[in-house]
Design a protein around this ligand. Structure first.
Ligand SMILES: [Zn+2]
Length: 140
């Protein structure tokens, strides 16, 4: 004759397979009860899961803007102008400047805008110039 018993963990009725030696309806309840007694179950339950800090939107930042063709031309022109000025000024310091040197230098200093010959006109038909004061490429 079999007598139903009450599970010590979940409270369900169950038929013990071994009399007197069993307090739980299943191995699962026995295990859970053991954990509860040791405080492990409580610990696991109360500790919040680690919150994911990995951003969902894993966008790669945009690469730096590529130097425009106009920018390259502008920089090259600036270097060229600087070289001319350096050559002329150096020449003037080290030896008596020739009339041609003075004229070139005067022309260089007098005109703020130097025509850039290796660039095409813009869509409004204006010529590209190197602005000596700002170092910018301008269309006039
Ligand atoms: Zn149970």
């Amino acid at each position: 004759m079999k007598k139903k018993e009450i599970c010590s963990y979940c409270g369900d009725e169950y038929l013990p397979t071994r009399r007197g030696a069993q307090k739980f309806c299943s191995n699962s309840c026995r295990s859970l009860n053991w954990r509860k007694k040791k405080g492990i179950g409580q610990l696991i339950k109360d500790v919040p899961g680690p919150k994911s800090e990995v951003p969902q939107n894993n966008k790669i930042p945009n690469p730096p803007e590529r130097m425009s063709l106009a920018g390259v031309g502008n920089a090259a022109t600036g270097v060229a102008v600087a070289e001319v000025a350096k050559r002329l000024l150096t020449a003037e310091e080290n030896r008596p400047a020739t009339k041609k040197d003075i004229q070139e230098l005067k022309a260089l200093l007098k005109s703020r805008y130097l025509l850039i010959r290796n660039l095409k006109r813009d869509n409004m038909g204006r010529n590209p110039y190197y602005d000596v004061l700002t170092g910018n490429l301008v269309y006039l």
